[in-house]
Structure formats: C-alpha cells, structure tokens
Design a protein around this ligand. Structure first.
Ligand code: HEC
Length: 108
C-alpha cells in the first residue's frame, strides 16, 4: 500500500517510528483480529473499534487525549491507562508499539 506522503511524514515526525514496520507488527500481534485497520491484510476485526481515521481521533479508548506518548503506552499496555478496558496487553514491546503508533497516525 502506498501512503499519502504528507500523512506519512507527519506520522514519522510524531512518533519517530517506522509505519511500514508498524503495519506488519499490527498483523503479527493480533491487532488485526480485533480491529478493522485499513491497509493491513485481513484486518476486519469487530471486537474493538475500527482504527480507520485514527489520526483524527480526539481520544484513545474514550479516556486519554490522543497523543503519541499515550498511544504508544496504550498499545503496549492499555490497562495502565484504563484499568477497565476490554483491550488486553498483547505482549508487544514499547519499541514495537512505537512503530504501530506510526502506522496508526498515517490513517486519516
Ligand atoms: C482482544 C481484542 C483486542 C486486541 C487483540 C487488540 N485490541 Fe485494541 N481495542 C480493543 C477494544 C475492545 C478496544 C476499545 C477499548 C475501550 O474503549 O476501552 C480497543 C481500543 C484500541 C484503541 C483505541 C481506539 C479508539 O478509537 O479509542 C487503539 C488505538 C487500539 N485498540 C489499538 C490496538 C493495537 C495497535 C493492537 C495490537 C497491538 C490492539 N489494539 C489489539 C480490543 C483489542
């Protein structure tokens, strides 16, 4: 998939992550099983909200303001932000979460 170049530059600047690697990791860590994620093959999950347009989302999980730091923390371990969230930790590392965050910020 080709990214919108501007969205990509912005996502990299926000996170210092690699969106291409992030797209791959989103599949590998099972994000795709629970979420619909444009550009990730087979990501049609309906357990969690769609991540389409995520760059423009104001809140993460309805509780934290959507910022790069909060997003990386959420992806690594959502219950450190909202103890009651249904989203589990997937075992993804913080370094890997940064790349996934970079990918999610390309989604407008
Ligand atoms: C077992 C299912 C499940 C898995 C696996 C999962 N999630 Fe989630 N995710 C959810 C649910 C349910 C929510 C809604 C949580 C809430 O609002 O408290 C959510 C919320 C989110 C949100 C916030 C969306 C928003 O609009 O507020 C993001 C971002 C997210 N997940 C990313 C990921 C990523 C990246 C992965 C893989 C590392 C992942 N999720 C794995 C179920 C899952």
């Amino acid at each position: 998939m080709k990214f919108d170049r501007e969205a990509r530059t912005r996502a990299v600047a926000l996170t210092m992550g690699d969106p291409d690697l992030g797209r791959y990791l989103a599949q590998r860590y099972g994000c795709a099983g629970c979420h619909t994620i444009p550009g990730v093959p087979g990501a049609q999950g309906k357990v969690g909200p769609t991540l389409q347009g995520f760059a423009a989302r104001v809140y993460i999980g309805g509780v934290a303001t959507n910022s790069p730091d909060s997003l990386i923390q959420w992806i690594e371990n959502p219950r450190t932000i909202d103890p009651k969230t249904a989203m589990p930790a997937t075992g993804i590392s913080r370094a890997e979460a940064r790349h996934v965050a970079a990918y999610l910020y390309t989604l407008r």
